[in-house]
Design a protein around this ligand. Sequence first.
Ligand code: IPM
Ligand code: MG
Length: 359
Amino acid sequence: MKIAILPGDGIGPEIVAQAVKVLQALELPLELEQAAVGGAGYEAHGHPLPQATLALAKQADAVLFGAVGDWKYDNLERPLRPEQAILGLRRELNLFANLRPAILYPELANASTLKPEVVSGLDILIVRELTGDIYFGKPRGVRTCPDGQFAGQREGFDTMRYAEGEIRRIAHVAFQAAQKRQGRLTSVDKANVLETFQFWKEIVTDTGLQYPDVKLDHMYVDNAAMQLVRAPKNFDVIVTGNMFGDILSDAAAMLTGSIGMLPSASLDENNKGLYEPSHGSAPDIAGRDVANPLATILSAAMMLRYTFNQEEAAQRIERAVKQVLAQGVRTADIYEPGMQKVGTRGMGEAVLAALRSAA
Ligand code: IPM
Ligand code: MG
């Protein structure tokens, strides 16, 4: 069980360090090897995804990824920006299935900006296609506008596209996830305007014939955004394309009020995976021991579940996190008066202590 540890930038190194401690405490035969990525990769080797880092990620069974990005790289040309590291890893490792759960822990019901009755007990799973769509479609670039009112001016353009097999494989992941949950799947599209998503809807519907036990419905993305804040508990599993999934998963994450709590998994055909917190690198609080490491720790639990088939170990971590929350231990992002405020390391230690006391 070889794991590539890619801490990255901003708060990445601090939160990943806590997840590594938790993994090591499990006494499983894990082999961990670390490499630089993102801005840190650029500083060390002149590229956000250095060759050696990509080689390690390819060779490992799973990747634990912190976060990338910092304002100080904003002026670099696009291929050298930290974000290219995560996009490159997704593409090179064929990580097409992105699972983003949004769960509201009862202890944190007050952290949401929505009324508790709207969000309490929230448990939805967004399945986002991650290696296609307008993110990777070609051609793209800046060219001279060929026709119309703005002919002759420069124009920026991208290509939205989905191949049939690409839609089918993400649909299968989503239907199978729904089978293990409440058996309801909402496919989000923009079929009323876009050819790509008219086709998406057709292929998802057809794939659904193989899953008569799952109740499939379809929703336009604008309506989905509205329903996510109006009645989020009506959703079970959502499947959608890369760009809509990017947007909706941030909205879903924020329903819980604590994006610092949400893990994610990005999987290939064989359940090899990259695991990362749903939040970003937060350079404004980097190095100050205030970031919440729980999303990364919970990402490590997802790794044990999906890549290594260690359900029991995954649940040990998840139980330890619940216990720590029940004890009132809080990082600043989820703090409420009367609770015990801890830093990044303190939260990691609390999870370790809960793990050990349960063992
Ligand atoms: C995400 C992020 C990335 C994305 C960025 C950092 C490229 O927003 O993982 O959701 O757009 O996919
Ligand atoms: Mg995003």
